[in-house]
Design a protein around this ligand. Structure first.
Ligand code: M6R
Length: 608
């Protein structure tokens, strides 16, 4: 989704802004632009295309100003074209603004401003803010921003410059992520730490309602109530290398291959064999609530929602607590019942997903306890929950979530184990689980070594425009996740089903052209899934199976197969997901798709 970068310092702003935008490209966008304070004027360049095109445009213009703001836009209001690309200006081109979020009352504000003579040039909601500031300006943009933004309903993360105050840049935030980076004789604004990590790892997180004024030397922040706030500077532990491709063709492939390490990081220091349990420090404050929880609600979107479905199986099996899984977007709007003894977990890689944040707010509004499972440290969900667990998967840049998913599932397994051990799970069983969890990184490593085998299967599937994914038990959500990965990055229509559901409808789709990917590793319902495969075979469907190493029965029924090591069933979702991620990746590459930035998708979906 949209990205923001701002810079003020003693170097030319353009290369810094362009570099920042390039690092935000992964978020998904359809146009880009920047504004530079240049010899007392504001200079603008915009394009409907890629940041590379913007770079070519600004190189021609040879701007040398040392302060500016830049943006990648993912269209909401107004089609993606040059006119609607940010930055937007007021009537006199005194003020330039870039904005993430949605101004909900922009129609009323636009009418009010037009009646006063303001002339609008774009179809965006954002432009009203530039005119509102122009209208309210009292000689101090720092003060005016607060006055103008008080009239705005909706969400914003924004950066502003004004030719009347050329030694400053400004930022404000409400409901859309925005951070400030503190550099040496330079300061930065960004919607995502990746944009400025090259220059600083000293970060200030703006809270909702805060407005900031940045000069080369200083950063001043005021709260919504117009009171100066002393902000804490936090050190980010992510390195630049972590957000680069490191020789891989795509971030997605790099991130798939990082899973041995990312899973190790997720586990690090959290398992206790002696006591047969997991220790999750982030939840300690809520241990008493967790001990007596009567019901757990897991809520999330997309891939994170699939991890929640696996979480349901895990918690019910290991801890015996009833679990409900909800799409965050539905949960927030359907008057959910949250009892005193319920615990709500919100799961989000980015920690910025608007729907998931909405579910968090709804839970809090109802007086419930909300615990987070996030990857991005300092993200909004991570800061607004009552307590939480970081998955420590490291930065995930590819739009298709891969390593975050397996780490989410691993954290949910540890939560299930911890809850189980606080209840009736016997010590010996707890120890078995700990032992199995410790083996995961090596098992994942084994699967990743066979990447070439998946590539061959992908070559065979790449010409098909549909696919079914089937699994049962723990592997039903894996089937959903496999199908989502294929859809997202290769634009092949794919559906995931519980294997036994196939005969209730989808079986009508099976013919000689329908590939069916079956997750059929050995577990208690292995024989049942074999019958489901036989049903596909009888109708000449193309069977690709994920099987336990050495399984000859399903191998014989399959057109293609991929062997994974034998694991306990509660570990199998993590292991079985890896070949499906690789399959989606190689099909997408073979079809010539833009793997890291699939069409219409954004890395963090910060609008409803
Ligand atoms: O950052 P989140 O985990 O909250 O994101 C939720 C979904 O938007 C996300 O998982 C999406 O489905 C991905 N594109 C999946 O690959």
């Amino acid at each position: 989704m949209c990205g923001i970068v701002g810079y003020i310092g003693n170097k030319s702003a353009v290369p810094i802004l362009i570099d920042g935008l390039k690092r935000l490209e992964y978020r998904g966008y359809d146009s880009a632009g920047l504004a530079i304070l240049e010899n007392g004027s504001i200079m603008i360049e915009k394009t409907k295309g890629k940041v590379q095109e913007l770079q070519e445009l600004v190189e021609e213009s040879s701007f040398s100003g040392t302060a500016g703001i830049a943006h990648t836009r993912w269209a909401t209001h107004g089609e993606p074209n040059r006119k609607n690309a940010h930055p937007h200006l007021d009537c006199n081109s005194d003020i330039a603004i870039v904005h993430n979020g949605i101004i909900e009352n922009y129609v009323a504000l636009k009418k009010y401003l037009e009646d006063k003579g303001h002339v609008f040039k774009s179809d965006t909601d954002t432009e009203v803010i530039a005119h509102l500031i122009e209208d309210d300006y009292n000689g101090s943009l720092f003060e005016t921003l607060a006055i103008s933004l008080a009239k705005v309903e909706g969400t914003y993360g924004l950066a502003v410059i004004s030719k009347k105050e050329p030694d400053k840049i400004f930022a404000a935030r409400k409901g859309s992520p925005l951070i400030i980076g503190k550099g040496k004789k330079a300061n930065y604004i960004a919607s995502d730490v990746a944009a400025i990590l090259r220059y600083t790892n000293e970060i200030i997180y703006l809270e909702d309602g805060e407005v900031a004024e940045l000069t080369c030397e200083d950063i001043s922040v005021k709260s919504e109530d117009n009171i100066h706030v002393r902000k804490k500077i936090q050190q980010i532990s992510w390195s630049l290398a972590m957000i680069e491709k490191d020789g891989f063709e795509h971030f997605m492939l790099k991130e798939i291959h990082e899973q041995k390490t990312s899973l190790l990081n997720t586990l690090r220091g959290r398992l206790n064999y002696e006591e047969g349990t997991a220790r999750l420090d982030g939840l300690i404050k809520y241990i008493e609530y967790l001990k007596k929880a009567q019901r757990i609600i897991l809520t999330a979107c997309g891939t994170s929602w699939h991890s929640a479905l696996i979480g349901e199986y895990l918690i019910e099996e290991l801890a015996g607590i009833p679990v409900e899984v909800e799409y965050a977007s539905e949960f927030r709007y359907r008057s959910p019942i949250i009892n005193q003894d319920d615990i709500v977990f919100v799961i989000s890689q980015s920690g910025e997903t608007a729907d998931t944040l909405g579910a968090l707010h709804e839970t809090k509004r109802k007086g419930g306890i909300v615990l987070g499972i996030c990857n991005v440290v300092g993200s909004t969900i991570a800061r607004e929950n009552n307590a939480g667990v970081y998955i420590h998967a490291g930065p995930e840049i590819g739009v298709a979530s891969t390593k975050a998913f397996t780490s989410q599932v691993l954290v949910l397994t540890m939560i299930a184990l911890m809850l189980g051990r606080m209840r009736n799970l016997p010590l010996e069983r707890g120890r078995e689980v700990v032992k199995a969890l410790r083996e995961i990184p090596d098992l994942v490593g084994e699967v990743l070594k066979k990447d070439e085998e998946i590539k061959k299967i992908a070559d065979l599937l790449a010409g098909h425009n549909n696919a079914l994914y089937l699994g049962r038990g723990y592997n039903f959500p894996v089937a959903l996740e496999g199908a989502l990965k294929l859809k997202e990055i290769s634009y092949v229509h794919a559906e995931g089903y519980p294997a036994a559901e196939m005969k209730h409808g989808p079986i009508a789709l099976i013919d000689t052209k329908m590939p069916v990917i079956v997750i059929a590793t050995k577990d208690a319902i292995y024989e049942k899934i074999m019958s489901n495969i036989a049903e596909i075979k009888a109708r000449q469907g193309i069977i690709v199976s994920i099987i336990t190493r050495g399984d000859t029965k399903i191998k014989e029924l399959s057109d293609n197969y991929f062997e994974v090591p034998s694991t306990p069933n509660f570990i199998s979702p993590i292991i079985n997901t890896i070949p499906l991620q690789l399959l989606a990746y190689y099909v997408a590459v073979k079809r010539g798709c833009h793997v890291d930035q699939p069409r219409n998708l954004a890395k963090s979906v910060t609008v409803e």
